[in-house]
Each structure stands twice: as structure tokens, then as C-alpha cells.
Ligand binder design. Sequence first.
Ligand code: ARG
Length: 595
Amino acid sequence: VKVEDYGSSILYRLTEVFRVAINKAYPNVEWPPLLQETANRKHGDYQCNSAMGLANKLRQVGVNKKPTEVAQEICDAVGQNPLIKTLGVSQNGFINIFLDDNHSIQQFVQIAKQGVQFPKITKRRVLVDFSSPNIAKEMHVGHLRSTIIGDSIARLLEAVNFEVLRINHIGDWGTQFGMLIAHLYDKYPDFLTNLPKISDLQAFYKESKKRFDEDEQFKKRAYECVVKLQNKEPEFVKAWTLICDVSKRYNQMVYDRLDIKIEDLGESFYQDKMIELINFLKQKHSDFLKEEEGRLVAFPTGCDIPLTVVKSDGGFTYDTSDLAALKYRIFDQKVDWAIYVVDSGQSLHLETIYAAGRDMGWYKPEEKRVEHVAFGLVLGEDKKKFKTRSGETVRLLDLLDEGVKRAAEKLVEKGRDKVMTEEELKVAREAVAYGCIKYADLSHTRTQDYVFSFDRMLDDRGNTAVYLLYAYARIRSIFRTANVNQDAYDAFVRSASLDTLPLNMPTEQRLIKHILKLSDVIILILETLMLHSLCDYMYQMATLFTEFYNECKVIDKKKDGTEIVNMHRLMLCDVTANVMSKCFNILGIREVPKM
Ligand code: ARG
């Protein structure tokens, strides 16, 4: 990621200040400026941790200095800087940085005037492979996790100006279609003229699988169907399309409810490309292939388990389609960055595919990012694999329905049904339900397993979507209560400057500094693709806002009963809400102005 405009980022500016200072103090050694936020406010806003390592490095070249001395020399080299109020050196050689409040306020004013903006990056083309369920087998919570994380990553990349291809690599090809089609012929013999309504594809899949496992005759027919499908016999292609459509229609209902945009480019798209790929490998990379018991396999550098590119019966595998997809993504879709949002269980498979791509010179890791964004399992409250009470896979639409029902109960519990119209309630219900499901997922470190619990995600205390949605609605309601004319407010913001903004209460200052950190959080996530950092940021924001709101009056009542609105504080409320709104958008959560 090449950042062109770091926006309000303080961390970046400080890093540059210290880079220059270290260079100035020690022109003959190279050492990076290491900056981070302080864990404890008492030690300032940020700290620079370069002095310890630098002192070591200096010793190697014969200069003996204590880390504290080195730290002091760096501070001297920084000198006066408008960003910084004071610098202090701790006993261990940390440099504590206290920001200049006026500078922060000026930055804040700029944000208020221009609107909240994300940092800008050099435009690149990036592909996000996410959701990617398999046809016939129903989409399950694992795919839901991929859907939520992938959508959020795509939203983030779009927000900072990437060109994003949102790709659904659905499992819509393979031998399982043989048994499905054979079963379709038996169950709905006139399916070509009389379109059957298969409402429960899951059950249909199970029935056909049972027959496939128990009935040799059926199994044989299933194989014949695969061959006919591969030979593109029209009737069989129709049967296949029909089955895919049922599945896709169901998935689309899930996507619609969750506001997910995604484009199908599944395994079936690579049929011909897999044939081409095998020819290409045989011609150009024969050294790469090995025959093993009738199979054609490849051992990419550093990988223990081979890829099976052609099975002994001549068929292709998941490996083959993923190799073909990688090649297509690099050479035809010409992406600079490919992100695969797939469960951790497939890590070995994907790493082997990427290694094969590198071996064949398809891409260089220093030029293109091709990466597996892995995530853990979704567990039930019993910490076991998430299942229904009867042990079945949970149907996603049922899960979403349950969420809406629970959200409705929550709103009633809070007495909201008495103050909101039916229309407002509907909006709030869905925003809460889908928002809480997404947030619960995104706020957990994605590489870990997480426990799916409606009780926990609908709790209005703690780091949950409900808490944040309430906080947001409350901030917006301050604006309504203040009853300030929009033009008057806009005029105030336009003319705002350091002198008109007496923002000097500690809670005001803290909230302002937090607002300025948005750019840093975004830039960090572009590296890590760990969205829980954004959730943490929002949660802290809501907490800081509450502290500010408890300490500072936005609307002041005079002794004679008249009210005055502290416009500068109203401005702080407004910008806070705008930042939250931007963040909600990246998380794919619909905020509600009234709740
Ligand atoms: N369909 C696969 C599954 O359900 C996920 C596909 C992920 N993407 C990929 N390019 N392999 O497990």
C-alpha cells in the first residue's frame, strides 16, 4: 500500500519528525524511528522507542552512550516543533511525547470544515475472494464469517480509493453434480418443461448422497452424468444450471439482507481454463510435474504436501481450479493484490497454491500481495462447532430471523416501542440484528475461534454493536435537542478557528486526539487486515465521548431558565458522530439516527 495522503495522521507526522531528528543526531548510523501510542496517559500521548536499540547499535561502532543520553540527543535534535508541546525522557530511554493541544484543535477544525476523510492511497486493483459457498451444500456460518469479513475489507479498500473486485468463488463444479443430476432425473423426470420448486436443497443433497453411497447402480449413473455434463450436453447443462440457480437464489437472500455486493465467478468458470492450464504446465513447466500412481502432482518449493492437478481418472480437483484462478487473477484480471478470505483450515492448501504461483514466476511477493486472510471457527455457546439443537447445520436465514426477533425483544425491553414509530422500529430492529451479528464477528481477532452468542452480542454494555448504535443515536439526538438551525451551525463551523474554540477541558482534548487517530487506524488495518482494530477504535471513541458528555455541558441552562448551546461542543458532537458513521460504513453496519 502506497499512501499518498496521510490525512490527519499524527503518528505518521511524528514518525517523520523523529526520522529527521535521528538522522541529524547520528548522521553515520541508520536507525528507524519507532513511534507508538502510550499505554498510559501520564506518559504523554505517544512515545518514541528508538533510543535503546540505537544505543546498542552505536556501541557496535565504538560509541558508548546510555539509552537515556541517546534519547536526550534525539530530543535536542527535534527541537521546537508545532506538533509537540513537550518531550520527556524516561529512565529506560523512552521518549514521551506530549502533543500540542492547539495544534490538535487546528487539525480538528480542519476536519470539521472539510468533513471526515480517510487517507488516500495510490490507486491499485485488488481482488477480494470471499463468501464463496458451495452449491447444494448450504452456506453455513463459516461462509457467513467469510462474507462479513470479506465485505468489510472490500468496503475499507473502496473507502481509501482502491479499485475492488468482489469475487464469489463459489463451488459450482465438480463430481458432486453427477449425483445431484441423477437424483433430479428420478425425482423430477419432467424438470425440463416443468421447473421444480426445490425449497430445501440441503435435503435434496442429502437424499442424493445417501443413494450415491448405498446404491451401486445409482453411483454408476451419477458418474455418467458427470461425463455428460463435462461434455456440455445441453440437457445436463440445464439440470446443472437449475440446481445452481436454486442455491444462488437462497444465497442472494442472505446477501440482500446483509447489504452484501458480490459477483459470481465460481469454479465452473475455470472449466476450459483448467484444460489450458494443464497443457501450459506440461509444455512450460514439465519439471514441476510428477506422475504418482496415475495422478499428476506438483511439489512447490518448501511445501510438504503436493498439489494434485489431475486425478487418476483424468478429472480436476480443487487444487486445479485454484491454480487456474490464481493465474487468471494475475494475468487476465491483472490484480495488484489478491485477498482470499477463507477459513484457517485451508491455509495449507492456499499457501501451496501461492508457492506454486511463485515457483512458476507468476508473481513476485515484493510486487504483488497475494494473501490468505484466515479466520477461526464459529463456535456455539457450548464451545463446540456451531449447530442447531438437533445437531444440524444452522440455516443462515433462520439465524438472521432469530437475530431480528431477539433485536425486537431488546428494543421492547428498552421501552423503545413506546417512543418510536413502527417504521422507525423496523429500521432499528434490522440494523441492530444484522449489525450485531457483523460486529460480533469483526470485533474478535479474526484468526481466533469465536463464540456465537445472541445474548452477548445484544448486550448494550461493553464492546457491542448495540452499545455503539445507542451511543451514536444519542449523539445525534443532542443535535436535535439543541435545536440549532442548520445554516447557523454551518456558518459557525465555517468561521471556526482556534480562538473561537475554547476546547480546553481534558475530556474534550482527549476526544479530539482520538478523532485525529482515525487515519492511523485505517493505515494500520491496510497492513494487517485486522478489523477488530477499527472496532476497538470505535469503542474507545464511544467511551471517550461519554466521559466528555458527563464533564462538559453542550446545552447550558442559565439561572433564568434560558438555554445556551455551546456551539464548539456541538461541533465536537457532530464530528464524533461523523467519524462513527464512517466507521460503521466500513463495518457494513447501518447506523440509526434514532434509537
Ligand atoms: N468453496 C470453498 C469452501 O466452501 C471456499 C473457496 C475459497 N476460495 C478459493 N479460491 N479457494 O470451502
